[in-house]
Design a protein around this ligand. Structure first.
Ligand code: NAD
Ligand code: TYD
Length: 362
């Protein structure tokens, strides 16, 4: 690995991954990161302000769309790319329900474009690592876990587009023998997550004393993983994973949404009580998920024994400490928060009012 293209490196997990990599012991002086990002509403160069200058020469940013064949071809050759770690995607389920087109375009066609360019240069390539989600497996009932052999059964346009991209990666491994790996991970949380996803949205609303829109009765379950643990898992796979294999990554941390929201309320009440001294749990408002999230998956849970046994990976951060760190991070970074909220705040405002939102995912 010398010239690593990271797609979507200005997004939530991508920016955390770049920060992780630049200080990882295996990241050597002669290695370079080429961060390729379209800078959609979810992509912010400011998320890397602390590292982009400090690692000048080892970190390069290129503003480009992964769907644009010509630009991507130039980047592959100009920077002599030998490794790809592919994060770039449209990633929010609610948006995929309202405007699925961008999800099909970026998640499917964008991945296809990268795979084609990678295949054409296969001989000089080290690895294509594809970052995917557990949502490709669909929804679990009360029992059971997703393993690497669980059949795909995606429910939303987001998860269907990610499932499609996973299938393309597998087809390219099978048909063209490209060196590639895939990871399917559960819900991440941590610094730099766009405040449209459950945890950062609730942190910021609760901090400001705004309503906390919990879908349905808040009984749906997600398996939470601190983003740094996910980054470590991806890097392990890139270094020591077996070509052609898929690895599930999870947090062993199943929580009902309502419990997550109550934890956020209680931590914030301790850190920064509301002026009225009102407990923040009173801000919770149950909203009809048939309107905001039709087809709402009930439960996700990951069996990560394969990566644990084969690569020795397991989550390190507990949900309690990870959530406290995350809340503190959002309180400490008001500039970043107001910057990203300006970008597509109108979408969120109208979404929660049940109005037709503007198109942002373009
Ligand atoms: P994100 O929405 O925060 O960031 C996506 C990034 O991709 C942004 O920087 C955006 O500008 C960029 N991008 C979008 N379209 C692009 C295009 N056409 N060309 C180039 N760049 C483009 O997403 P995230 O939460 O960081 O997720 C990253 C990846 O991890 C995704 O593939 C997602 O499916 C996967 N994943 C996410 C989670 C999670 O909990 N967030 C869990 C498992 C897997
Ligand atoms: P989200 O963060 O959008 O991740 P995903 O749907 O991809 O798992 O949502 C996590 C859970 O939280 C999901 O069950 C939907 C729920 N949710 C709410 O209750 N209210 C909200 O405002 C949001 C964004 C999500």
């Amino acid at each position: 690995m010398k010239n690593i293209m990271i797609t979507g490196g200005c997004g939530f997990i991508g920016s955390n991954f770049i920060r992780y990599l630049l200080t990882a012991p295996e990241f050597k002086q002669d290695m370079r990161i080429i961060n390729v990002d379209k800078l959609t509403y979810a992509g912010n160069q400011e998320s890397l302000d602390d590292v982009s200058g400090a690692f000048n020469g080892q970190y390069i940013f290129v503003h480009a769309d992964i769907c644009d064949r010509q630009s991507m071809e130039t980047i592959f050759d100009k920077f002599e790319i030998d490794t790809v770690c592919h994060f770039a995607a449209e990633s929010h389920v609610d948006r995929s329900i309202v405007e699925p087109d961008a999800f099909v375009q970026t998640n499917i066609m964008g991945t296809f474009n990268l795979l084609n360019l990678f295949r054409a240069r296969k001989d000089r390539m080290f690895l294509f690592h594809h970052v995917s989600t557990d949502e490709v497996f669909g929804s679990l009932g009360k029992y059971g876990h997703f393993s690497e052999t669980t059949p795909y059964n995606p429910s939303s346009p987001y998860s269907a587009s990610k499932a499609s991209s996973d299938h393309l990666v597998r087809a390219f491994i099978h048909t063209y023998a490209i060196p590639a790996t895939i990871s399917n991970c559960s819900n991440n949380y941590g610094p730099y997550q766009y405040p449209e996803k459950l945890i950062p949205l609730m942190i910021l609303n609760a901090f400001e004393g705004k309503n906390l829109p919990v879908y349905g009765k808040g009984l749906n379950i997600r398996d939470w993983l601190y983003v740094k643990d996910h980054c470590r898992g991806i890097w392990e796979i890139m270094n020591r994973g077996i070509r052609g294999e898929t690895y599930n990554i999870g947090g062993d941390c199943e929580k009902q949404n309502i419990d997550v929201v109550c934890m956020i309320c209680d931590i914030l009440d301790k850190m920064e009580p509301l002026k009225s001294d009102r407990p923040r749990r009173e801000l919770i408002e149950f909203v009809d998920d048939k309107k905001l999230r039709p087809g709402h998956d009930f439960r996700y849970a990951i069996d990560f024994s394969k990566i644990q046994v084969e690569l020795g990976w397991a989550p390190e951060e507990s949900f309690e400490t990870g959530l406290e760190k995350t809340i503190q991070w959002y309180l400490d970074h008001p500039k970043w928060v107001s910057l990203v909220q300006k970008k597509c705040g109108e979408w969120l405002r109208r979404h929660y009012k049940g109005e037709e939102p503007p198109r942002c995912c373009t």
